[in-house]
Design a protein around this ligand. Structure first.
Ligand code: KG4
Ligand code: ZN
Length: 331
């Protein structure tokens, strides 16, 4: 089976061709980061227009790189939601139209299912069941994953997502959008022991997260601090440490609660080196195993959508031409 995958939920146009015998044959990614940087965040209308500009050339390139013609495809997977409505409409309209024209099935994929299954693209893929920590710009959740489509959300953020907290705190530190990776880089220069940020919602039972308080704490800390580069780096360090510790505490709790030994971490924030290092140490201590997507597939991409869509098609599912995009959609 060979699938074309299309991702357009936010500010990345991702297209990929995945084959169940040969694996990933091609993937193309166009990031709109530069377009939105001047505004300090994603401007939905600009995002939609840029997806319109890029999607067809990227599909042509992905097919050519995969030495694939439409007749070789068994289906098209597109991100159906959640995300920005206008952006989702681009990928879903193009995906469903091509599927109709080429007389193959189309399948709408949940963006977070794409992230969740991204580690399956790696040689060392996790076996079911596992606990997944999904940490992106729009979502933070812990999921008990029993198999494809068998997901129980154990906890999620009641306010900001982890990536959003990174981006907002980075903005307060005067860093460009998206600030997560830049804050992580600044934190590398930071020294421990200067600031202590709270670990939100770790002192009570449960697996939900809350990150908006960290941003407020960061705002107050920055207001009261000098703006020497070392001070800024120390604040970045303490913020990152608090987010990573909080995620670690909740993962340990979820693993204990379910008795599981396998942990998957995916979504944009899973690219964070300190998070990866600390989670690796935790899983070693617990005699378990941790799995991540490769860095290219932590943030949004078409490959994860192609993979997830293939699993859905194999299970006999497809999405009718009349189905609409779903900007809000529970996993
Ligand atoms: O999964 P993703 O590409 O998009 C959404 O589905 O939201 O995640 C993007 C998020 C952004 O908030 C970005 O700042 C964050 O992931 N991010 C990071 C790192 N790389 C990306 N956060 C912390 N450290 C990183 N190295
Ligand atoms: Zn994403």
């Amino acid at each position: 089976m060979r699938i074309l995958g299309i991702e357009t939920s936010c500010d990345e146009t991702g297209v990929a061709v995945y084959d169940d015998d040969q694996g990933l044959l091609s993937h193309e990614l166009y990031s709109q980061v530069k377009l939105h940087a001047d505004y300090g965040g994603v401007v939905p209308e600009l995002a939609s227009r840029d997806h319109v500009r890029k999607i067809v050339p990227l599909i042509n390139k992905a097919l050519a790189d995969a030495h694939t013609v439409p007749g070789d495809l068994d289906g098209i997977a597109f991100t159906q939601g959640p995300g920005l409505m206008g952006a989702l409409l681009v990928g879903s309209s193009v995906g469903r139209s091509l599927a109709y024209a080429w007389n193959i099935p189309a399948v709408g994929v949940h963006h977070m299912e794409g992230h969740l299954l991204a580690p399956m693209l790696e040689a060392n893929a996790p076996a079911f069941p596992f606990i997944a920590l999904l940490v992106s710009g729009g979502h933070s959740m812990l999921v008990n994953v029993q198999g494809i489509g068998r997901y129980e959300v154990l906890g999620e953020s009641i306010d900001d997502a982890a990536g959003e907290a990174f981006d907002k705190t980075a903005k307060l530190l005067g860093l460009d959008y998206p600030g997560g990776p830049l804050l992580a880089k600044l934190a590398e220069q930071g020294e421990p022991g200067h600031y202590k940020f709270p670990r939100p919602m770790t002192d009570r039972p449960g697996l939900d997260f809350s990150f908006s308080g960290l941003k407020t704490f960061a705002a107050n800390t920055i207001r009261d601090a000098d703006n020497a580069p070392q001070t800024q780096a120390n604040i970045a360090y303490a913020f990152e440490e608090a987010v990573v510790d909080t995620l670690l505490i909740k993962c340990r709790r979820a693993l204990k609660q379910t008795g599981m030994k396998r942990l998957v971490i995916a979504g944009g924030v899973s690219a964070n080196t300190r998070l990866r290092d600390k989670m690796a140490a935790l899983m070693k201590q617990l005699n378990g195993e941790v799995f991540y997507p490769s860095l290219a597939f932590c943030t949004d991409n078409g490959a994860m959508i192609a993979y997830a869509g293939m699993q859905r098609l194999k299970a006999g599912q497809h999405t009718p031409l009349s189905a609409s995009a779903k900007p809000r959609w529970a996993l």
